[in-house]
Design a protein around this ligand. Structure first.
Ligand SMILES: [Zn+2]
Length: 386
């Protein structure tokens, strides 16, 4: 019941499975892994229950199917807890997906306030805890040794485990989202909260793997339990690592100042060779300029793509004219010099090789390249890439 966050567009790619309908207006999807899992649980649970209660023939698999249906309903109600709370606070829900690890709800934007994040995150485990309590009462009320009593008992167990486990304070579990909300509320910094929750998620992932190994070693888990536990641990580790990376990059957003990062623009007439343009730029004292191409009237018509210029071998440079390495000015996007941080990053959506013009009204302040921005946001990755 790890919940996806809406923070990055790439999370949308996680959408898998097929839509089975709508519930309260939310699109409901079932992943293929859930179908496989359902069949497996039907047989595995049916066999186990059949042996305990002496069920014969198809009855045991019917009981197994009944358990799967109850499990599906429990997961669905958990996710509806998140989705309905989000809707109450005006956050759009893109859909609910039930998958191998339970399920997840996708939102169309991040919570506006820590309190909303906290309520949305805890609503899921809250529903599971309530279901667990109801199932315990049902177990006590139903006559012992019946199929219904067994299913109620297993449901009580499942829901209580789901409630407690999801409340563990590590991203991407519900408790991790609550932890982010808490740190966000205290420090007033959403990304600081994400960083803490991400690190805590890594600890939860390691703990999960160790617990699965210990349960297997002591005979509580069969190989199936061990593999499932390790799979859950791996999935949490991935989510947590992603959160730590996102938080680190976002905390550097304020450093993205297009005026400070812009390279100077050095304009030469069309027909100038790359060698000659570079010589003139060096003579004018420009460090790492981006070359522009001007028409006979002196108007800027194109920008030389820095990577294309760098790729021309030294001995070819006197023979290559700048316009052959340039992109027409109509294809070049502009960034207002007053834009900062996230607003600049939103504008850098085009081809990463194309330079961007930083403008102050009609005036060109300089040229910004995607690589210059990446270097500021993630210097470690840049070094590793070299
Ligand atoms: Zn949840």
């Amino acid at each position: 019941m790890t919940d996806s966050t809406p923070k990055s567009a790439s999370r949308g790619e996680r959408r898998s499975g097929f839509q089975v309908g709508r519930i309260f207006g939310f699109p409901l999807r079932l992943s293929v892994s859930w179908v496989v899992m359902s069949v497996f649980i039907t047989f595995w649970y049916g066999e186990g229950l059949g042996n305990v209660l002496d069920l014969t023939g198809p009855t045991r698999y019917l009981a197994g199917l009944g358990f799967v249906a109850c499990l599906l309903l429990s997961v669905l109600l958990h996710e509806l807890g998140h989705a309905l709370t989000a809707r109450y606070y005006g956050i759009g829900v893109k859909g609910i997906t039930l998958d191998l690890l339970g399920g997840y709800t996708e939102f169309d934007h991040d919570s506006p306030r820590p309190g909303v994040e906290m309520a949305t995150a805890l609503a899921g485990p809250g529903v599971s805890a309530l279901l667990g309590v109801f199932s315990v009462i049902a177990t006590l009320a139903l006559p012992n040794g019946t199929v219904l009593d067994q299913i109620a008992f297993q449901l009580a167990l499942c829901n209580i485990i789901v409630a407690v486990y999801n409340a563990l304070p590590g991203w991407p579990l519900d408790g991790g989202r609550a932890l982010r909300a808490l740190v966000w509320g205290i420090k007033g910094d959403r990304d600081a909260g994400l960083l803490v929750a991400g690190w805590s998620g890594r600890i939860v992932a390691i703990g999960t793997a160790l617990a699965a190994a210990a349960l297997y070693a002591t005979g509580w888990y069969e190989w199936f339990g061990l593999i499932f536990g390790l799979f859950v641990a791996f999935s949490i580790w991935q989510g947590a690592a992603g959160a730590v990376m996102t938080a680190r990059v976002r905390r550097r957003y304020p450093l993205v100042d297009p005026v400070r990062l812009a390279r100077p623009l050095f304009v030469v007439p069309a027909g100038t060779s790359l060698a000659e343009a570079s010589r003139r730029a060096a003579e004018a004292g420009h460090a790492a300029p981006v070359l522009g191409v001007a028409d006979p009237a002196g108007r800027l018509t194109a920008l030389v793509v820095p990577e294309a210029a760098a790729a021309v071998p030294e001995q070819r440079r006197p023979w290559v004219t700048v316009e052959t390495l340039a992109r027409g000015i109509d294809a070049v996007a502009t960034i207002p010099s007053a834009a900062r941080g996230a607003d600049v990053i939103k504008l850098l959506r085009g081809d990463p090789a194309t330079p961007y013009l930083v403008v102050d009204g009609e005036d060109v302040v300089g040229v910004l390249t995607v690589m210059d921005v990446v270097q500021v946001l993630d210097p470690a990755a840049m070094k590793a890439g070299r």
